[in-house]
Design a protein around this ligand. Structure first.
Ligand code: CO8
Length: 258
């Protein structure tokens, strides 16, 4: 598939994806979802993938779902458009390797919902965050009502959802919506540094951390701990990455991941 909106740059196990529709502040339309679905399907089985980074071109990360595309929809089409996005973001969230959002500017509505489907978020100091749907007489449709309260607190989520107020990067950091704030010009350098750092760690361990942490978040503590023990054990044994990592530490050398 020839992408019109997504620009992709692969460097070894790292994939940088730039959402590029700056004339509409990267608003999410059907074309975007088709391209993202195609990309996710193409990389999910790729064992060489270590980390994916998503950012936006221009002054926005993503300023929401495309209002011009939504305005004429009826109830059925509205629900279908919502499910399309929910499915895409769920598939993105379930990718077996980490996905980092590098939030360069506005992350509003569907844009914040996209960022929340990533594993963590790094923000430029000039990024702005919000769920402005109620201003349009709408509610979030890409699971924003569900993810926001899970990532922050119920009170912070309802504050953002009910007031539709935009908050800056420092407030986003304070409520745990983003994990780090950088100077605007340092955003990509710092995000790629972190992506490379994760990419240098035990590849199987990195994937299992994501899998077990995310699965455990949706289960009870004991069930999650049991899952952890199972996956912990799978990293041991002859020729395992755990054995290599521990032997490298003891031998004072760098691990050679297979
Ligand atoms: N959809 C379509 N076009 C948009 C969007 C959008 N979400 N946001 C900006 N644009 C367009 C503008 O219309 C404008 O186009 P043009 O130049 O042709 O007039 C261009 O981008 C530049 O925007 P502005 O001139 O408005 O730029 P400003 O810097 O003055 O303002 C803002 C930036 C504050 C971000 C402003 O553009 C804005 O408020 N945008 C809308 C933000 C918003 O309400 N987002 C939520 C959308 S609803 C949503 O995301 C629901 C998700 C779930 C959907 C579920 C499916 C059913």
């Amino acid at each position: 598939m020839q992408y019109e909106i997504l620009k992709t740059e692969r460097q070894g196990g790292l994939l940088l994806v730039t959402i590029s529709r700056p004339q509409a502040l990267n608003a999410l339309n059907t074309r975007f979802f088709n391209e993202m679905d195609h990309l996710v399907a193409a990389i999910k089985e790729d064992d060489g993938m270590r980390v994916m980074v998503i950012t936006g071109e221009g002054k926005a990360f993503v300023a929401g779902a495309d209002i011009a595309e939504m305005v004429d929809k009826d109830s059925l089409a509205g629900s279908a458009f919502s499910r399309l996005g929910q499915n895409t973001f769920r598939s993105l969230e379930k990718l077996p390797f980490p996905v980092i959002a590098a939030i360069n500017g506005f992350a509003l509505g569907g844009g914040l919902e996209l960022a929340m489907a990533c594993d963590f978020r790094i923000a430029s100091a000039k990024a702005k965050f919000g769920q402005p749907e109620v201003s349009l007489g709408l509610i979030p449709g890409y699971a924003g009502t569900q993810r926001l309260s899970r990532l922050t607190t119920l009170g912070d989520a309802l504050f953002l959802l009910l007031t539709a107020e935009m908050i800056g990067a420092d407030d986003a950091l304070r409520i745990g919506l983003v994990q780090k704030v950088t100077e605007p010009e340092a955003l990509m350098e710092e995000t790629m540094r972190l992506a490379n750092l994760i990419g240098s760690k035990g590849p199987a361990a990195v994937r299992k951390v994501k899998q077990v942490t995310r699965a455990g978040f949706e289960m009870g503590f004991d069930e999650g701990s049991s899952l952890e023990a199972e996956h912990f054990g799978s990293l041991f044994g002859p020729a395992s990455q755990g054995e290599e990592g521990m032997k490298a530490f003891l031998g004072k050398r760098k691990p050679q991941w297979q």
